[in-house]
Design a protein around this ligand. Structure first.
Ligand code: ADP
Ligand code: GN1
Ligand code: MG
Length: 357
């Protein structure tokens, strides 16, 4: 179905003028819809290969955003800008299924704000840390058992490692021979992959409601005030570890190079940005993190980076079926930046731990 026809299936205001691809997410198919009198919407084709149960996915999002809307109002904020608003279909459903079986959803466009693919200002990065910390704090009393697990074992790094080994073993595209060095890099760290989950199992870390995909382009920064106003991309809000939310943001934002930089010599961990993020995140969490959680933050950063690298490498071996790519070996480049960043974190480990304390 034409995109313009698709958007008409939703309870939108004004007539649609244009619909163009938008943003740089790796998972969903995102479009900006501009309407006749200036209103805008986000139209998204949901990636149903990855999110297999659209009803449960949208139920989570509606549940979480309704809860946040009340929390934000209670704190005197503006829920129309500070959380996502799902636009229902004309027959009152949270998503539309077209004739091919593709699933679509629409959000109100958050005006006067933008997302960034790299840190442009330290203050913005600090604000994003406060906002992701605050997001966790706002959901501290959310009934976690009502959330569906949209991607089982999403940040179970030990399970990710097993999946990675299966991809190496199957080698369906015959690519494993060229990436022996990367495979060895992962294997040399295989003992660390279960550390955080073991702490969780022993009750040393609490399970919280977390975002699980805290990269910088999943937060909207107000163009005038530079406040981080809204956490977006809520597909993976699930019970998880605070160290993972912290760590994924470091993986993406405190890297001196882009996630897909082909020249790995540009990759390093900026300790300055790391420190800024620690401060902002702890402030946003409002003193809720336990001493063990604070201690686990560096490990969260390292594991999220190693895990993401393993996922990119596994996807490369499997023929690029998960992450969107725009060039040959794109996932291999991404994997290499992640491993270079892990190696740099290992060099700076002592300082990372000291900064957290
Ligand atoms: P993906 O899961 O593919 O990463 P996202 O939900 O993160 O998809 O959306 C991709 C991009 O679209 C975001 O990084 C952001 O720039 C933009 N975007 C998404 N939702 C909104 C919104 N409600 N208002 C404004 N921009 C949005
Ligand atoms: C994906 O959807 P997006 O682009 O914000 C992925 C994350 C990865 C990230 C790597 C559901 O995030 O887990 O860390 O790419 N999301 C999903 O950039 O797998
Ligand atoms: Mg995203």
């Amino acid at each position: 179905m034409e995109k313009k026809e698709l958007i008409k299936q939703f309870q939108v205001e004004q007539d649609v003028v244009s619909i163009e691809p938008y943003g740089s997410g790796h998972i969903n198919h995102t479009y900006l819809a501009e309407m006749s009198e200036g209103k805008k919407y986000i139209l998204q084709g949901i990636n149903t290969t990855i999110f297999k149960n659209t009803d449960e996915l949208m139920e989570n999002i509606i549940h979480v955003t309704s809860y946040l809307r009340e929390e934000i109002s209670r704190m005197g904020g503006d829920p129309k800008r500070e959380t996502l608003t799902v636009v229902m279909t004309k027959d009152g459903r949270p998503y539309y299924t077209d004739e091919d079986g593709s699933k679509w959803r629409v959000y109100d466009f958050i005006e006067g704000a933008q997302t960034f693919d790299a840190v442009e200002s330290k203050e913005d990065f600090y604000q994003s840390a406060v906002a992701f910390g605050k997001f966790q704090a706002q959901l501290a009393n959310f009934p976690a058992d009502t959330l569906h697990e949209t991607i089982p074992n999403f940040h179970n790094t030990a399970k990710r490692y097993q999946d990675f080994e299966k991809a190496v073993e199957a080698d369906v595209k015959g690519r494993a021979a060229q990436v022996q060095e990367e495979i060895a890099f992962v294997r040399a760290r295989s003992k660390e992959v279960s550390e955080l989950h073991d702490m969780l199992a022993k009750g040393e870390l609490p399970l919280r409601v977390t975002h699980n995909d805290t990269k910088l382009n999943n937060i909207m920064i107000d163009s005038e005030t530079h406040q981080a106003i809204c956490v977006i991309d809520l597909d993976t809000v699930m019970p998880g570890l605070s160290a993972h939310d912290f760590g994924d943001a470091i993986r993406f934002g405190a890297n001196t190079a882009a996630e897909d930089e082909p020249d790995v010599s540009k990759v390093s961990l900026s300790l300055e940005l790391f420190e800024i993020y620690v401060k902002g995140f702890l402030e946003g969490c409002g003193g809720r993190l336990t001493p063990n959680e604070v201690k686990a933050l560096p490990m969260g950063a390292k594991m999220m980076t190693l895990e993401c690298g393993m996922r990119f490498l596994a996807d490369y071996l499997e023929g690029d079926v998960y992450f969107k790519i725009s060039r040959e070996k794109h996932n291999l480049d991404r994997c290499r930046t992640q491993f270079a960043l892990v190696a740099d974190m290992e060099k700076k480990w002592q300082q990372m731990c000291e900064l957290c304390q």
